[in-house]
Design a protein around this ligand. Structure first.
Ligand code: CDP
Length: 194
């Protein structure tokens, strides 16, 4: 039986780093599902067609990590048919042996409600903005405004809004180093039977 780890949370909460570290530790595959929406946004044109046509080359673009790509992703991610086009790929990815880690906004609630463990990773707005500003070499105040705008849109949309699953374990990384957060996450996943 494959073991699925679902990780959700707002922008720059540390979920991507934790997801990668868990995948490395347990020898599982990792899918950053945000990249799918970033790639759809970056293709331009009809977002539904872009989601249906998405190819590995789209995911390898080097301009997907910018703040503008994050905003474009969050806009196309609110379109139900865009999300629907990406569901099967994510579910197939989740059910591979020996296991998979997926991180995003709706993994525990919509994509993998049966995941063996669900983590919801958060941190204060200011800390998240500080981390992302360091990553992108950008102005923290501007990043803070953008993160808040994106989080609000992601949480308020009708389809697959960002929220913790009822059975998700909350992991607030505000006062943790990334190494501490990873150690903590590994212990939670082991506790769930991995
Ligand atoms: O890395 P960061 O947390 O800033 O963003 P991301 O995970 O790359 O996601 C970019 C955008 O894609 C988010 O703001 C969401 O609008 C959307 N997204 C989503 O709707 N569902 C997911 N499973 C993953 C991302």
């Amino acid at each position: 039986m494959p073991f699925t780890i679902a990780i959700d949370g707002p922008a720059a909460s540390g979920k991507g780093t934790i997801a990668r570290a868990l995948a490395g530790h347990f020898g599982f595959a990792h899918l950053d599902t945000g990249l799918l929406y970033r790639a759809v946004g970056a293709r331009g044109g009809d977002p539904v067609q872009a989601a249906l046509d998405l190819s590995p080359a789209d995911l390898a673009r080097d301009d997907l990590r910018t703040a503008a790509a994050g905003q474009a992703a969050s806009r196309v991610a609110a379109i139900p048919l865009v999300r629907a086009a990406l569901v099967d790929f994510q579910r197939r990815f989740a059910r591979q042996d020996p296991g998979a880690v997926l991180d995003g906004r709706d993994i525990g609630t919509v994509i993998c409600p049966e995941a063996e463990i669900k983590l919801y990773v958060t941190a204060s707005d200011e800390i998240r903005a500080h981390r992302r500003a360091l990553e992108l070499g950008a102005d923290p105040a501007q990043i803070l405004r953008e993160l808040r705008e994106r989080d609000a849109r992601d949480a308020a949309r009708d389809v697959a809004p960002m929220r913790p699953a009822d059975d998700a374990v909350l992991l607030d990384t505000s006062r943790m180093s990334i190494d501490d957060a990873v150690v903590h996450a590994i212990a939670l996943v082991k506790g769930a039977g991995a």
